[in-house]
Design a protein around this ligand. Structure first.
Ligand code: NGO
Length: 504
């Protein structure tokens, strides 16, 4: 299938603007299937459908919200029933293969039908359809049929709002962009040594002190999400079929909490605030009951405002916690997440704890071996793949990249794309992998342009790794080059990698 797609793409000609009126209609500017992520099955055929000012989107009540978004994107009206004469895009809820996000898109001369079993499937199909509408010239959608569904249920990215705070509006704009590639989870890294970014009513100084002005790296920025902000973000994300995954990092990465509440240290003395980028120096006091009162309050309040099933408890780089203390901590804290109805999720270090057998571990290592994680997987732990040398989108593209870090290596677009999350780690079979996540840490990132420059285009590749059957770089490279003008048209500040032939 991949080969067929590549051949097809090679034949796709750019639309010539000035074809004489009597000539055969030009080939559609976008070949069917020339979308990111690549669909599972593409069967091109037939004359295609031309969108006109009179085209309407027909949708039953359960598909109305998706239809309205599609209508806004394509500048078309949404109706409950279209008159038979008008060409229409019909959204239908009904059985299709491929699970809750599966969809079938059929394009014929007289109209388009998008069918899915759920609104999430219709949303996925609507993203495909938008990419099939040429950005310029005649709005003809290539004829044929696409049958599609995801490889993995979890396709995520992470945004670190602790090192530099990013506002709700910036986060929403980012949600708009990631959901176009069918990314369905946004993990928010809400606390770290520098700052604390989520309101917790029972410990108010976490945000009044930990989220104050100047709590970002280098003393730049500050801020936090109120509960109302957070709930609004959760709702906004849900309307784009994105689930928010909140993270409170512990028992390390807690300096900001200890500045606000010195009783969270073992000696009761507040440490100085930190705005540098060192890691691994702070730890909650493992032997103190105050620690567990704090942790339970935070987990309870966070679970109450989070409809998604995952609650991320960090667990990385606890270098200031002894190994024995780390196990003691996880023995109490992992079950607390369950107590409040959530599935515990942590960085792969949590795998050493026996209680992690019902948890999800996020692999962020640099190699293809992690015996502790493989052993946990044999006991039931599930894995999200975020190998730092391939999936960390805070790493520089090459030595000249102005932003980002490089401790995990330089990650150009091809490197980010050319690996297989289902076979990457020894002892972690695809059946144990829930999906992939590309984390974006914010030590060097201050505004939305910075976020977009590091995320795109790499995140489009990670989205394809999560959605599509095992990939084909040449095909991806062609489709990515063709996608560039869409980012440009929306004002997205993406990195124009020299590995890609960008269309104008
Ligand atoms: C590491 C570290 C983070 C850094 C990040 C920078 C993990 C899981 N812990 O990843 O604190 O921000 O690298 O790339």
């Amino acid at each position: 299938m991949r080969r067929r797609l590549a051949v097809l793409l090679a034949c796709a000609l750019p639309l010539t603007a000035a074809a004489p009126a009597h000539a055969a209609p030009p080939a559609p500017a976008v070949a069917l299937g020339s979308v990111i992520p690549a669909p599972v099955e593409v069967r091109p055929g037939g004359p295609g459908f031309k969108l006109t000012a009179g085209t309407v989107i027909e949708a039953p009540p359960g598909a109305r919200a998706v239809a309205e978004q599609l209508g806004e994107a394509l500048r078309l009206r949404v109706v409950r029933h279209a008159s038979a004469r008008t060409g229409k895009i019909a959204l239908e809820l009904g059985r299709v293969s491929g699970g809750p996000e599966g969809y079938r898109l059929t394009v014929k001369r007289n109209g388009v039908t998008l069918r899915a079993g759920t609104a999430a499937g219709l949303f996925a199909g609507a993203q495909t359809l938008q990419q099939l509408v040429p950005l310029r010239g005649a709005r003809t959608i290539a004829g044929g049929e696409i049958v599609d569904h995801p490889r993995f249920g979890y396709r995520g990215t992470m945004l670190d709002v602790a090192r530099h705070f990013h506002t709700p509006d910036e986060i929403k704009r980012h949600i708009d962009e990631i959901s176009k590639f069918k990314i369905n989870h946004l993990h928010l890294h809400l606390s770290d040594d520098q700052g604390w970014r989520i309101q917790i009513d029972s410990w108010p100084r976490l945000t009044t002190v930990g989220g104050a002005a100047g709590t970002g790296v280098d003393g730049v920025g500050g801020g936090y999400l109120t509960k109302a902000d957070y709930r609004d973000l959760v709702r906004y994300a849900a309307s784009r079929y994105v689930t928010i995954v909140p993270e409170i990092d512990m028992p390390g990465h807690v300096n900001a909490a200890q500045v606000a509440y010195p009783e969270l240290t073992c000696d009761g003395i507040a440490p100085p605030p930190r705005t540098d980028t060192a890691v691994g120096y702070s730890s909650l006091c493992i032997g103190s009951e105050t620690t567990y009162r704090f942790v339970e309050d935070v987990i309870r309040e966070l679970a109450a405002m989070t409809p998604g099933k995952y609650l991320h408890i960090g667990g990385d780089e606890a270098h200031a916690t002894t190994d024995a203390d780390y196990l003691t901590f996880q023995k109490r804290v992992l079950p607390l997440v369950r107590k409040y109805g959530k599935t515990a999720y942590g960085w792969n270090e949590i795998a050493v704890a026996p209680e992690a057998s019902t948890a999800v571990a996020q692999y962020w290592g640099l190699t293809t071996q992690n015996p502790a994680l493989a052993a946990a997987v044999a006991n039931g732990t599930k894995v999200i793949m975020s190998p730092a040398n391939l999936a960390y989108i805070d790493q520089k593209y090459d030595p000249s990249t102005r932003l980002g870090l490089s401790w995990a290596g330089f990650i150009e677009v091809r490197k980010a794309y050319d690996w297989n999350p289902g076979t990457h780690l020894t002892g972690v079979p695809e059946s144990a992998v829930l999906g992939i996540e590309a984390p974006l840490w914010s030590e060097t990132l201050r505004d939305l342009d910075d976020i977009e420059f590091m995320a795109f285009p790499r995140l489009a590749g990670h989205a394809e790794l999560g959605w599509s059957p095992a990939g084909d770089w040449e095909s991806f490279r062609t489709r990515l080059g063709a996608y560039g003008p869409r980012w440009a048209a929306r004002g997205v500040d993406f990195y124009r990698s020299p590995q890609i032939d960008w269309a104008d």
